[in-house]
Write a protein that binds this ligand. Sequence first.
Ligand code: PGA
Length: 249
Amino acid sequence: MRKPIIAGNWKMNNTNAGTKALITELIPLVKDVKGTEIVICVPYTNIATAAELIKGTNIKLGAENVHWAEKGAFTGEISAEMLVELGVEYVIIGHSERRQYFGETDATVNMRVKAALASGLKPIICVGETLEQREKNRVKSVLKKQVDGAFADIPEDQLANIVIAYEPVWAIGTGKTATAQDANDTIKIIRNRIAKLYNRKAANKLRIQYGGSMNAKNAHELMEMKQIDGGLIGGASLKAVDFSIVVKH
Ligand code: PGA
């Protein structure tokens, strides 16, 4: 019922030359994939190059962040309209690296989500607990706070345009993946929270990805799980063959 979505998160990797090489290699590897949505989220400076290369393919384009204001005195920031103009469809919001290193809060995540939706961009909202929070048995309360914050004042009819990525911080870039069962169970907690905020039907339609060291070796097992609707892929999205294996899981 929920169409799987595999999204690459390139982070701060690849110049335009690297972008060209990676996408050119990726296109033929995934060209026959139909049942899964394929997205690559690339640095701002690579968006125009990527947009040109993926024209007419089954690969969609995403950005890694967006500012909440329409325009103005925000040096170094990028607006939703600027992304839409270049053909961007998805945007990652609230990645744990943004929360950790750049002061992102649940409130700013919510503002970015609203701005993205208002311009027709589809947010991929990242949530997830740190190792310390997990060890203190705070997973449920942390996720509740992040989900409630991100979805504040977001109307139900917008949920079809939103994807959540559950990314336990301790699994990102560490090679330590959550077990498939654990990822599944935690995503269920998130889905239940959405059901509480909206209703069960809306929650059952919302796509929730797993992210955190998902790769060519473990993608199949994770994607077999009932609650897991896709993946947000960092490291493994930088290698065309590996990413294509995840896409085909
Ligand atoms: P990783 O990154 O796959 O390299 O762990 C995932 C992410 O941060 O989105």
